[in-house]
Design a binder for this molecule. Structure first.
Ligand code: FES
Ligand SMILES: [Fe+2]
Length: 414
């Protein structure tokens, strides 16, 4: 369990909060790029408790690349929403008195001000925007500490068909889905058993006797294993929790990455980008198709007919912010304890001026970031042996390496 103060330290993410400062060191997905069209080139979004307007500018003459911007929603003059502003070639003009802002926040014009120097003192809060994998990402941290936007494999691979799943906004804090990411004990009942009761075999992979779970810190966050006992030891290796708010996962035969965007302290938006692998490279559209998920029926009851709807039920019914001072953690919750320890250490590190885990600085490393690295698998395996966990030793004695387990898991799903 956590104290009330610890719970608040992890879950409050607005400007000036410790967890907010940590999350602002990472690029966050603001919206789906194809939501911005010629007819509707602006969108209001709340990210990390801040209201912003994301917009696309008209292409420069002779250029076909779209340019994007993200400005604080309320005009620096007297606070009117820039969402209703006029888009021009070089920026966004407020509809109230016509102040115009460049995408980098500089005030370009103040039509009724006599002193040309006045606008030099005005700066609208602005955040850089980059498009990748069909999403628009923003960076809201200190400008001098801006890392590269990570090119996760699912976003950039060309050997498959990509699509985006947009979930309904979750009425709960970001930490609930993230703690679920290191909680494989939920798979048996919430997905396996629920699906079986509904006459579906979609959760059978998780509806098996469980021997144990194993977690470890890795380069990107936390890796996890689920060990099954069915007369022989079987191993399910899941790709890691990518710190601090990403789930990377194989969904049946597909490769997926789930971004859990903290909207504010009590709402979370999940965007999933999913790649259906193909045998060879295929032409990629400018924007992947989008599928909107539904979690509830007209009465507001959870449908529980899909994994995401089942997960949403579990997370939202924990409360807007889960009551961690009132919880009772057991041995199957060790992954959650490990994640909270990591979160606490990384918040401290950022407070001390350091760089948190998993930032990408090197363009050479950023061509395509995947998670099948033999050295890393071998390191995890060595560490697992050192912990003398019986369930893990059983696997290794059966002659299955972690990496073989990973390849077998992914292969079996294909
Ligand atoms: S409030 Fe925006 S120009 Fe006056
Ligand atoms: Fe789940």
């Amino acid at each position: 369990m956590l104290t009330k103060n610890e719970n608040e330290r992890f879950t409050q993410i607005g400007p000036g909060t410790p967890a907010g400062a940590l999350l602002r060191r990472y690029w966050q997905p603001a919206c789906i790029a194809s939501e911005l069209t010629e007819e509707h080139p602006k969108k209001r979004v709340r990210i990390l408790g801040e209201d912003v307007v994301v917009f696309r500018l008209p292409a420069e003459p002779g250029e076909d690349r779209l340019r994007y911007g993200c400005l604080a929603e309320h005009c620096a003059h007297r606070g009117t929403s820039l969402y209703y502003g006029f888009l021009e070639q070089d920026g966004l003009r407020c509809a109230y008195h016509g102040w115009k802002y460049a995408p980098d926040g500089r005030c370009l014009e103040q039509p009724f001000e006599s002193s040309p120097a006045f606008k030099e003192r005005i700066c609208q809060v602005a955040y850089p925007v980059e498009k990748l994998g069909g999403l628009l990402f923003v960076y809201m941290g200190p400008p001098d500490k801006r890392p590269l936007l990570p090119r996760w494999d699912v976003l950039v691979r060309e050997d498959g068909e990509r699509y985006i799943e947009q979930h309904p906004v979750l009425d709960c804090n970001w930490l609930q889905p993230m703690e679920n990411t290191v909680d494989p004990a939920h798979l048996f009942w919430l997905h396996g058993h629920t699906m079986r009761l509904r006459g579906s075999h979609a959760g059978d992979i998780y509806h098996r006797p469980v021997k144990g779970f194993y977690w470890d810190v890795c380069e990107w966050g936390i890796m996890k294993l689920e060990v099954y006992d069915e007369g022989h030891v079987a191993l399910d290796v899941m790709p890691p929790l990518v710190f601090p708010n990403i789930l990377r996962i194989c969904q049946h035969i597909d490769e997926a990455i789930h971004f859990r965007l903290p909207i504010d302290d009590s709402h979370t938006q999940i965007f999933c980008v999913i790649l259906k692998p193909a045998a060879q490279k295929i032409p990629q559209p400018e924007d992947p198709p989008v599928v909107k998920l539904v979690h509830k029926d007209e009465e507001g009851e959870f449908l529980l007919d899909t994994f995401p709807s089942q997960d949403a039920m579990a997370w939202e019914t924990q409360g807007a912010v889960a009551n961690r001072p009132g919880e009772h953690l057991g041995s199957s919750d060790r992954g959650i304890i490990l994640f909270r320890k990591m979160l606490s250490e990384q918040i401290d590190l950022v407070e001390q001026g350091g760089d948190p885990l998993g930032l990408v600085w090197d363009p050479a490393q950023n061509e395509c970031i995947s998670f099948d690295d033999e050295t890393e698998w071998a390191r995890w395996e060595r560490r697992a042996r050192e912990t003398h966990r019986q369930d893990v030793l059983d696997i290794l004695q059966a002659g299955i390496s972690f990496r073989q387990g990973y390849v077998a898991t992914v292969g079996a799903r294909r």
